[in-house]
Every structure is written in C-alpha cells, then in structure tokens.
Design a protein around this ligand. Structure first.
Ligand SMILES: Cc1cc2nc3c(=O)[nH]c(=O)nc-3n(C[C@H](O)[C@H](O)[C@H](O)COP(=O)(O)OP(=O)(O)OC[C@H]3O[C@@H](n4cnc5c(N)ncnc54)[C@H](O)[C@@H]3O)c2cc1C
Length: 438
C-alpha cells in the first residue's frame, strides 16, 4: 500500500480537515498564534504583516515596527570575548546594572571558541625582570584556572605565559560572569545601535526570541569587529587581514605535555589567507576550505611512523578573524608614541607582546571621535596595525575591557558621558581593582 496521501488527506488525518474544507487556510495552533497554513501549497504563512519584509517591484522593504524592550540597564556590553567579559565584570564591581549580549553559547570569544588559548603578554620584562602585566580580572581568571589543577592551564612560572584549556576557560569565565550578577543573553546577536541624537542609548539584538531592544546608559562595544560603534555611525578604518582556523589533535605520542595542559593534546595555529572578515561569503569559503585542509593534514600525519593513532580532536568552532574594523578614536595609537611611557596622561593599561617593549594604552583610544555613550574595547580600538599586533592579544583585550567597563560604570554613577569621565578617578579605581598601570 502506498504511503503517499494528498495534502488534504494528510491534514484530515492530523485533525485539520474541518477547517480545511471551509476556509482554504487554517489556524495552526488556536487563537494565540497568528500563523496559518495554506492548504493548497502546504506552506505556513504568517498573519502578522508588521513583522514581514515585503517584496515590491523586485526590491525588499522592511516596514517600520515597534520593538519589545527586553531590559533597561546602566551598562550594556555587546560581545562576550576577553574584552566583553572583563568589561561586564569590571562594571558590576562598581555596583551598576549590567547586561551582556553574546552571539554564541559560551564566553571567551576567539580565546575559547576560536581555540586561541595562548595568553601571550601575560608577562613582560621590566628592568631585566619578568613582571606580570595581565592582572585584575585577567589575573583572577589565570589563578582560578590554575586552581583547577592539571586540566586548567599549562604550568606557568614567573615570566612564562600560560596556555589555557578551552573548556576550563569557558567554565571559569561563565562562573565569573554568573558571580558578577550581570544579566546574560547568550545566543543573541547585536544587530543595531539605538540612537538618541548623537548618543547611543542601547542596542537591538536578534535571537530565537526575535528582534528585541536593550536600553542602556552606556554601551561597551566588545564585538571585536566594532559592530555597535559602526552601526552608531562612529568613524573607523576597515582592514582585510589574515584569517585562520585553529585546531587541536589528540593521542600525540610522547610523555611530555605539548602546548596544552592535557597530555597527548597538541595545539596547532593557522596563519591563513587575507580576507574581509565582514563578508559572509569570504567567511563561508574559508571555513569550508580550512576544514578540508586541516582534515587532510591530519590524515597525512597519521600515515607517518609513530603517529598512526593521532586523531583530530577539535577544529575551532569560531573562525579566526584577526582584524576588521578599527575605531578612529579621540586618540589614535601610533606605534612610535604608545611605546613611550609619558606621552599620554590617560593611560588605562599596559600591553606587551611578551618581550620588553611595553605599549601604554590611552583611554582616548577607546572613545569614538564624535558619537557619545559607546566605548570600544578589545581588538577594535583605535590603533595602527603595528600596535594591533600587541593590543589584540588576549591579555591586552582583558585590559582594555576592564578599563572600558570601569569607565562606563563611572560615567553612569557620575552622570556624565564617557569622554568626560574623571581620568584620575578611572586610573585609581582600576588600580584598586588590581589592574597594572606601571
Ligand atoms: C588565528 C588566531 C591566532 C591568535 N593567536 C593568539 C595568541 O597566540 N595569543 C594571543 O594572546 N592572542 C592571539 N590571537 C588574538 C586574540 O585571540 C584576539 O584578538 C582576542 O581574542 C580578541 O578579543 P576580543 O574580546 O576583542 O574579541 P573576540 O575574541 O573576537 O570576542 C568577541 C566576542 O563578541 C561576540 N560577538 C561578535 N559580534 C557580536 C555581535 N554583533 N553581537 C553579539 N556578540 C558578538 C563574539 O562571538 C565573541 O565572543 C589570535 C587570533 C587569531 C584569529
């Protein structure tokens, strides 16, 4: 007997035939669902016209519509990477209300989801001696990873930068955010800025719950790509830099630990090709090409003596986009100036690429020239590419995130815009909360 039945017969079997006979379209689920099913095409159609984009003369129009306000907070952080996590926790430390929106299901950004893992620039050499530069919230994370024992972080001595385990880091960052009391929205993609004149007043985000708004007094853009400051109309420069895909392999022979905390597990970086990290077709092509390249390289490795049992443990769930938009800020960090300790009076943190050259980061590099109430943090702040090689490192992103969150909270409490925050107060608060300012 054939399993096929007509659409009308099928609807009859599932109990919709009565309505089907009378109207041609039927309610799917009682009164509270505006969706209907077209009995001839079998397609679900929506009755709620205000939500739909409209096709008119071959062009698509999105009608104006009111958005639900999900929450009204003091500080909104867009992006939950190293910079965003540090910003949210730093702002909460000053007692203001904070919400954080992250597009994926975990915290850590490229550090964890991108499997980057190597905390380069945790230490620097000052007067010939190793000094821990990454302190404050970053320091707390390293200490908590260390306390997990063998599974958290590689052995790190004075002067040796630690490498973290991605799952341990996701777990610790999640707990630190939970303890901070910030309101969290995971699986939520910030898609627009909410403007009140030239002031940012929050952000619009998309999730499985639809398009919603969060109102905020100050927004920290920690999206890595400057998504919110760009939407707000702040000036920026766009770059197409190398994009890679990191992976780990398991069962690597030998007794020693490699560059991860887990025996037999090795971390492999990828430089990758140059490309526009804001172009979805570039991202798609790279993701697919790199996965094949990685798979083939592991298969090749398995054919070499001694490596027969090696396996591909994990390809990073997040493509490694290094640099896209860099803010044009109140202060632009040019390499020649930021390596001098006394050029800027508003230094909010110090970065290092592990050697003895330090980068003194001014608060002005986090502030857009014209738009108010948004502060940039992490790998999209105002800097030239040579400075970015240092300031996009994970510890540096924790540092600028901590500064941005602290400044945002001070602005809220003092009732001023971020560009008018009292610099001495900002620096004093950062030091009190463990940041290293030299
Ligand atoms: C291949 C590669 C190798 C690297 N190697 C090292 C290394 O060895 N050591 C080192 O220290 N650094 C390294 N880096 C640099 C470092 O990983 C990143 O620069 C750093 O993680 C940036 O931190 P961030 O918080 O600014 O941004 P990200 O880590 O990119 O985090 C941004 C977060 O925001 C989220 N997000 C983005 N857009 C939105 C949106 N619109 N709405 C909501 N959420 C959003 C993302 O999902 C992400 O969680 C490497 C980078 C790459 C790509």
């Amino acid at each position: 007997m054939s399993n096929k039945c007509s659409r009308r017969e099928f609807l009859g079997r599932v109990g919709l035939s009565g309505i089907a006979a009378g109207f041609g379209v039927s309610n799917l689920f009682a009164d509270n669902n505006p969706s209907k099913i077209d009995l001839d095409s079998g397609k679900v159609i929506t009755n709620d016209k205000s939500k739909s984009a409209v096709l008119r003369s071959g062009r698509i129009f999105q009608p104006e519509r009111e958005l639900p306000i999900k929450c009204d907070t003091d500080v909104l952080v867009v992006g939950g990477g190293p910079a965003g996590v540090a910003a949210a926790i730093a702002a909460r430390k000053l007692g203001v209300n904070v919400a954080i929106v992250e597009r994926y299901g975990c915290f850590g950004g490229l550090f964890t989801g991108g499997l980057v893992l190597l905390l380069i620039g945790t230490f620097s050499k000052i007067d010939g001696k190793p000094v821990q530069i990454a302190r404050g919230i970053n320091g707390e994370m390293i200490n908590r990873l260390t306390a997990l024992g063998d599974c958290g972080v590689t052995e790190w001595k004075e002067g040796r930068d630690p490498n973290a385990d991605p799952e341990a880091a996701k777990y610790i960052l999640s707990e630190m955010i939970r303890e901070s009391g910030a309101k969290v929205f995971l699986h939520s993609w910030g898609v627009d800025a909410i403007m009140d004149g030239d002031k940012v007043r929050g952000a619009v985000f998309e999730s499985k719950s639809g398009r919603q708004a969060i109102l905020a007094k100050v927004v920290v853009d920690a999206s890595g790509d400057g998504d919110t400051f760009a939407a707000a109309g702040a000036e920026y420069t766009k770059y197409a830099r190398h994009i890679g895909l990191v992976h780990r392999i398991g069962n690597v022979p030998g007794d020693k630990k490699f560059n991860t905390p887990i025996k037999g597990v090795k971390w492999l970086n990828m430089g990758g090709d140059e490309g526009d990290g804001l172009d979805v077709e570039v991202l798609t092509r790279m993701e697919m090409d790199y996965r094949k390249k990685i798979w083939d390289s592991v298969e090749k490795l398995k054919k070499t003596p001694g490596n027969e049992n090696v396996f591909l443990l994990e390809v990073a769930p997040q493509l490694g986009v290094r640099t896209t938009r860099l803010l044009k800020g109140v202060t632009h960090m040019a390499y020649d100036t930021v390596i001098k300790p006394d050029v800027f009076k508003d230094v909010i943190g110090i970065a290092s690429a592990g050697g003895k050259n330090l980068v003194y980061i001014p608060y002005g590099a986090l502030l857009p020239k014209s738009v108010d109430n948004v502060i940039a943090a992490g790998r999209c702040i105002s800097m030239d590419l040579k400075v970015a090689e240092r300031c996009r490192l994970i510890p540096a992103c924790f540092t600028t995130g901590m500064a941005a969150g602290t400044a945002a909270a001070i602005a809220v409490k003092d009732g001023c815009v971020p560009r008018n925050v009292n610099i001495e107060k900002l620096q004093k608060t950062l030091k009190e909360n463990g940041a290293y300012l030299g």
